[in-house]
Write a protein that binds this ligand. Structure first.
Ligand SMILES: [Zn+2]
Length: 81
C-alpha cells in the first residue's frame, strides 16, 4: 500500500501510472493537473519542439528511485477550448 504523494507545484494527489514499456520505468507518479504551473510553464523550458507539437512536461516521480522527480514528456492541450 503506497502512501499518497502530492505535487509540490500544485498540491494535487499524484496519479499512479506504469511507465512506457521501453522506458525502463516501473511504477511512476504523475501530476495530471492541466492547470499545474509546472506543466503550464514547461513549454518555456523545453529545449526542442518539433514544429508546433504541443509537448510539455508533467511533474513525475519515479517510485523505484526513492521518488526521484523527473520530467514526463506529455502532450498539451488534449482538451481544446
Ligand atoms: Zn502539479
Amino acid at each position: 500500500m503506497m502512501q499518497e504523494r502530492y505535487c509540490p507545484h500544485c498540491g494535487v494527489v499524484l496519479a499512479t501510472r506504469i511507465g512506457p514499456p521501453d522506458s525502463g520505468w516501473g511504477e511512476i507518479l504523475v501530476c495530471e493537473n492541466n492547470e499545474c504551473r509546472y506543466f503550464l510553464d514547461s513549454d518555456k523550458d523545453i529545449r526542442y519542439k518539433p514544429g508546433d507539437s504541443p509537448l510539455g512536461c508533467r511533474y513525475a516521480e519515479d517510485c523505484e528511485a526513492d521518488f526521484r522527480p523527473f520530467n514526463l514528456l506529455a502532450f498539451r492541450g488534449m482538451s481544446s477550448n
